[in-house]
Ligand binder design. Sequence first.
Ligand SMILES: C[S@@+](CC[C@H](N)C(=O)[O-])C[C@H]1O[C@@H](n2cnc3c(N)ncnc32)[C@H](O)[C@@H]1O
Length: 299
Amino acid sequence: MPWIQLRLNADEDTAEKYSNWLTACGAQAVTFIDAQDTPIYEPLPGDEVVYWSNTVVMGLYDASHDMDKVLNYLKGIHPDKENMQYKLEQLEDKDWEREWMDNFHPMKFGERLWICPSWREVPDENAVNVMLDPGLAFGTGTHPTTALCLTWLDGLDLTGKTVVDFGCGSGILSLAALKLGAKKVIGIDIDPQALQASLENAKRNQVEDRLELYLPKDQPKLKSDVVVANILAGPLRELAPVITEFVAEDGLLALSGVLENQAEELQTLYGNWCDMEPVAVKEEWVRLSGRRVGRRKSS
Ligand SMILES: C[S@@+](CC[C@H](N)C(=O)[O-])C[C@H]1O[C@@H](n2cnc3c(N)ncnc32)[C@H](O)[C@@H]1O
């Protein structure tokens, strides 16, 4: 399947912000190159990201994505709306996968959890290791929103718990929850390819018998001990009644895919159902979390 790549010109001050914009508009991956087309490699944990003074920020979108909508949105918030420098091009998915493979290393989240590509050595055999190879669905652990959710899951005692992973993408959070001891995970995604990727990744980790996968139209009605939703602020806003309905009384909820300037509104909204905790921040991204109270609080 072909992909569309949006190249947006930036500099060292704007590169990260533009990267977040592209992700917020639904990019499946964002990479950076300089004017000479030299890639910046994914930094190892703890390394600082370096940008060039003439950086091109590249967002990768599914070919069916509405790019007119993306461009209208970007032109609305770009500091130089009239002269926003960008280019749209088609990209074969193979190139994208190759790039991820070259740059993907084992990564640790929290105290126990590692995400390891299959072609690299597992750094700690005794840790909780999720084997995951980059594919066509979002979720390798390199993005701050995924990292925030993985760290949150690692900090919970999931033994025997039921978890809903809303917007499961590659299944990375589902697999982490299962390997951390969850009894069962229900993964939900609007993208059938994401469900397929989640299933394949679950098989690779021998946890497929404890993972159920659904498109939203087929999703079961159930109450879960833990719910995690790493989708963007827009769907989190619209789907607040649906997402909170999955959380059992006293159950835990984490939300990510939210930029810092969007957090307050969502914190207030989800406060209608949950006792919210202080947010966690990584780069410009935020994770909200809370505990479901018995019935909906009055707003
Ligand atoms: C940012 S990715 C997160 C993937 C993975 N959970 C992670 O943390 O890396 C968001 C995923 O949510 C899915 N998604 C977006 N809107 C959705 C919706 N309304 N209902 C269900 N899934 C949705 C997308 O298809 C995508 O796979």
